[in-house]
Write a protein that binds this ligand. Sequence first.
Ligand SMILES: CC(C)(COP(=O)(O)OP(=O)(O)OC[C@H]1O[C@@H](n2cnc3c(N)ncnc32)[C@H](O)[C@@H]1OP(=O)(O)O)[C@@H](O)C(=O)NCCC(=O)NCCS
Length: 147
Amino acid sequence: MEIRKVETDKKRYLDLLLLADEQEDMVDRYLERGTMYVLEDGGVKAECVVTDEGDGILELKNIAVAPDFQGRGYGKAMVAFLVRTYTEQYTVLQVGTGDSPSTIPFYESCGFRRHHLVKNFFTDHYDHPIYECGVQLVDMVYLQREL
Ligand SMILES: CC(C)(COP(=O)(O)OP(=O)(O)OC[C@H]1O[C@@H](n2cnc3c(N)ncnc32)[C@H](O)[C@@H]1OP(=O)(O)O)[C@@H](O)C(=O)NCCC(=O)NCCS
């Protein structure tokens, strides 16, 4: 397994990016300024994008594992890589996500804890309702873990 930085043509992984964030113009808000990594294990199995949010905060803006390879530890390996790589440079790793049973337990198992909410983020910023596990996402839940 190898995790490497993607310097150019990040949109070649658009299918994976859209798995985590289904509206492309929302991905465009952070993709270029973000640092992107892909995890290769006999082909690209996962990607993530992180951004510098100032005040020692690194934000995980997008993380996705290819559908056929979810639940095999790739997501957790990606988070562990970020923790190892950025522990000296930042104090907090933060992630914002919908209040969904498909993502919050994953982050909690990676050591994140709920920190704050941004009310109505999904209804204010996306041009269509976003559903996960049959529930419409409304507020953005921020979770943090120390680095
Ligand atoms: C969410 C996602 C990144 C997790 O990656 P993954 O490789 O499938 O997860 P892992 O196999 O590394 O799982 C790590 C832990 O999280 C738990 N977990 C993962 N997905 C879960 C789910 N849907 N419900 C409950 N627990 C879950 C696992 O049980 C595991 O727990 P353990 O370490 O205690 O055994 C991946 O499923 C995915 O790409 N989903 C679609 C895109 C997405 O929703 N991205 C996040 C947007 S904010």
